[in-house]
Design a protein. Structure first.
Length: 202
């Protein structure tokens, strides 16, 4: 075969090989570029809310709240050896069973606990009725023990503070405190009679 022809054939094959190599390289580069674009794009996840396993206690007041927390009051008061009817009377006098009640002095919840008192009792959520009731019962029991079982003095201390009871060596001469004690005892008799009838039915 003519040497010139052989050189031409080899040249064509070389060009073809180079062309194929360029094509393969181009495809590889494009593919790699596309992959990087995909990797650099932000990934969006569909966020599913975490199911709420803790049920929030309803914000209620009046007779509905009284009925809703009746058994809890009985159980908790009995546990701390306090008359449940007396605790129900204190709640009625303090907040009228308004779970979100806030006084001018800053007392909060069903049993109108001061934030400092609630904190010392381990109450984490002062508006949580169960925690508020439990803390209030513990505090009242503490006052009863402090004044040697004298419920009247314990009520005076719950309303006006232990310091005032000690300073006056008895119920302080505050009209609001005297009115409060009378109110609690009035409600106490009502609840005592109601709960007595419930016991008779059982």
């Amino acid at each position: 075969m003519n040497k010139k022809i052989i050189i031409q054939i080899l040249s064509v094959e070389l060009v073809r090989s180079l062309f194929i190599a360029v094509l393969i390289l181009s495809v590889a580069l494009v593919s790699n570029s596309n992959n990087q674009m995909v990797e650099n794009q932000p990934i969006f996840f569909k966020i599913h809310p975490v199911p709420q396993t803790e049920q929030r206690l309803p914000s209620v007041s009046g007779r509905k709240a009284e009925h809703l927390y009746h058994m809890f009051i009985i159980q908790t008061a009995s546990h701390y050896q306090v008359d449940p009817a007396l605790i129900k009377a204190i709640i009625m006098a303090e907040s009228g069973y308004n779970t979100k009640a806030v006084s001018k002095s800053g007392a909060k919840g069903l049993m109108q606990l001061m934030p400092q008192t609630a904190q010392s009792l381990g109450v984490e959520d002062i508006f949580n009725p169960h925690q508020n009731i439990t803390g209030g019962i513990q505090y009242f029991k503490h006052l009863v023990n402090r004044f040697n079982g004298d419920v009247k003095l314990a009520l005076a201390a719950y309303n006006a503070g232990s310091r005032n009871v000690r300073n006056y060596n008895g119920v302080p001469p505050f009209k609001a405190t005297h009115t409060y004690i009378k109110k609690v005892f009035k409600y106490y008799q009502i609840y005592k009679n109601q709960m007595g009838k419930e016991t008779d039915r059982v």
